[in-house]
Structures are given as structure tokens and as C-alpha cells.
Design a protein around this ligand. Sequence first.
Ligand SMILES: O=C(O)CC1=CCC(=O)O1
Length: 254
Amino acid sequence: MRLHVTDEGPREAPVLVLLCSLGSTVDMWAPQRRDLAADLRVITMDTRGHGGSPVPDGPYTVDELAGDVLETLDGFEVSRASFAGVSLGGAISQAVALRAPERVASLALVCTSARFGDPDPWQERAATVRAGGAGAIADAVVARWFTEDYAAAAPAVRNAMREMIAATPAEGYASCCDAIAAWDSRARLADIAAPTLVISGEQDPATPPEHGQVLADGIPGARFEVVADAAHLASYQRPEIVTPLLAEHLKGSV
Ligand SMILES: O=C(O)CC1=CCC(=O)O1
């Protein structure tokens, strides 16, 4: 499976792979891409079932999604990279680090989890989307992405993100819910060897800081940062905090 990507920055620079959250496309990394591509080759990928990537029938697993990422990098003849992932993208990043540690220079796990709660709500969400499309859940989901104050002050951003979620192919979105329902890396966190930065949004109702703490406690040597005034899409709402944290971490570990 070759994923749709954007490929920015100097060809010969160390590679950073950016991976996206459920219901988003490469546009969710817009606040970071240009800045990070000043010093790095930044390859941002649409997850299977999202954006411009293929939409095979599901269900999917996080391990399959990690395989897509590695195959796509093979296509670019990139053998080693740093990985930063938001939410589902953070789970895929963990899976890449567990499956192919020799290919991972460093990890940044943003607003993500070793286990996204009980499987039942994810299976229910998958059924809702298979029946009614991603538009059926878009308002509820975008309400978790930004703090209330930010959404009220930036309605154009909130509405554009709602449309991004609603435009996700139903089978792709639902099959990624299936992958999230089954994801549980808790017993394997100690096997992650890459230098790791964990970032949580202080007001994230989807993957609250306690989830980030589990990752940081379990991954040897991980650094943990909590971003104030941020919900699930902390990287989008607070780029002035998150981008320098990523840049500093990546500089220290490529
Ligand atoms: O969509 C949500 O509710 C939050 C989320 C969990 C995994 C992901 O990518 O987004």
C-alpha cells in the first residue's frame, strides 16, 4: 500500500514522518510543516482510508497501518526517519517503533495513547459512520479537538476541521475506529527504544494527560510535556508551543 504524501524540505536532510489523527488529512500538520521543513525533509502521510490515500475494505489494524507507512517509505528509499504522530498517528508511530526499531531515529507522540479506552464506543462509532457517513459524528468529534474558547474565537478553523472530518470516506474512518478499538500497547511500551517525547493537551477529553503519563512512564527515558490551553489537537491550537518542542527533540536525536 502506497499512501498519499506531501514531501517537503531539503532532499538530503534527515527525514521526519508526520502521521495524522483519525478523521484528518495532511492538512492537520499545516502549522508545523513549513517550519520543520526548513531543516528536515518532512514527509506527511494520509493514513489509509483518509485524504488521498487508498480506501480498502476494513477492518484495519494499527499494525497494518504501520506497515503502510514503512512500505511508503520503502518507495522513497528512506530506510530511517523520525516519526511524529497525533492520536491515531501516535499509535501508528508506536507500532512502527516496535516493529522496525532500526528504522526509527526518534519518536514524538502527541495527544495519543497506549489504549484509547474501552473498545465499545469505538465499535459504536464505526457502526454509526458505516450507516451514516463521517458527517454523522463530525460535530461531536471537532468539539474535542479544540478548547471552547478557541473554537468560539476561530470559527473558520473549527468549521474547516469539521468539514475535513465529514469528508473522510466512511469505510476508511470506520475501519480506523476498528483499529483504535483493538489497540493496546501497554505491555510493550518498555520495548520502545527510540528517544521519545510525549505531549498531551491539558484539556484533551479524548486522550487526557493521564494517557500521556502512561506512555511516558512506560517508554524508557521518555520526556513528558503538557500543553496548557489545548485540547485534542494541541499541535494545531498551540503551534507556538508544540513546534519548538518537536524541533528541539528532533534536533537532539537525528
Ligand atoms: O476522534 C476522537 O474522538 C479522538 C481520537 C482518538 C484517536 C484519534 O485519532 O482521534
